[in-house]
Ligand binder design. Sequence first.
Ligand SMILES: Cc1cc2nc3c(=O)[nH]c(=O)nc-3n(C[C@H](O)[C@H](O)[C@H](O)COP(=O)(O)OP(=O)(O)OC[C@H]3O[C@@H](n4cnc5c(N)ncnc54)[C@H](O)[C@@H]3O)c2cc1C
Length: 289
Amino acid sequence: MSGMRYEAPSTVDEAVALLAGAKGAARVLAGGTDLLVQMRAGMTSPGLIVDIKGIAETKGISVAGDGFRIGASVAGAEMGEHADLTAAWPGIVEGAELIGSTQVQSRATMAGNLCNASPAADSVPALIAAGATCTVAGPNGRREVPVKDIPTGPGKTSLGAGEFIVDIKLPARPAHASDAYLRMIPRTEMDIAIVGAGVNLVLDDKGTCTEACVVLGAVGPTTIIVADAAAALVGSKVDDAALAAVSAAARAAATPINDKRGTIEYRTKVAGVLASRAAAIAADRARSK
Ligand SMILES: Cc1cc2nc3c(=O)[nH]c(=O)nc-3n(C[C@H](O)[C@H](O)[C@H](O)COP(=O)(O)OP(=O)(O)OC[C@H]3O[C@@H](n4cnc5c(N)ncnc54)[C@H](O)[C@@H]3O)c2cc1C
């Protein structure tokens, strides 16, 4: 770590200038729960670290239009304490709150989870199911990017040199809408998901599903949007037949690896189980709204 420079700018423009002007490898620091672990393990040794937590625009949770804006420095614990966010997007909050332990929770951010680009990142499936977007600031100004377009492969993102995420935005919520996130870990806690499933859906006044998105994590190099599962939900009352079709579609879409934490066969089966359970939970929540 010799020669490493640490900067804590107070504006987005300053952060972009630092990142864009860096001679060697530069890294953004949010909670540091991935970055610091990777630096200690010798996996990365950036010449410049730009801590974004002092930038006002990366802080806080606010209502933006009819939706929410969550700053890139906001930790999972802060999300869980936000009653309106939790009521509108319980699945997003449960994804963020599954990250690590209480200590990790007070630091770990969704933007960091997204940019670390692990296929097993717990907050990402529900964000994608929600149709979340993020504000990316960089040398050419700002752009709004769908969250689904940020991770491009294990450890890889679509962010260009000098770019970073300022905030994440969630869209407006119609009546009878809700979401859910479930994951399977081989241990009882503090483990990496072998499957994650996020479901977001909207019901009409009669309980028929009008919109749905089903997203799997940890069973492919990036998250998988299961279009056939959404198609099985839309037009249904989210009954047993629809849930069985969601399960079958999730199993068909999953492309997991085989490792000591789970075989391909097991992960594929669990993908079906979790997708249908998450859909059932999201529907129950939506019915009660
Ligand atoms: C004990 C422990 C348990 C964990 N358990 C889980 C778990 O259950 N589930 C899970 O998904 N993860 C888990 N993690 C991993 C980690 O906590 C999460 O990925 C977390 O969300 C990372 O957020 P952070 O703010 O700490 O990111 P950081 O470590 O600050 O950054 C992570 C990466 O993203 C980049 N980055 C951060 N913010 C931005 C931004 N705004 N714009 C652009 N790039 C950015 C950094 O440069 C770095 O490459 C665990 C980690 C530990 C140490």
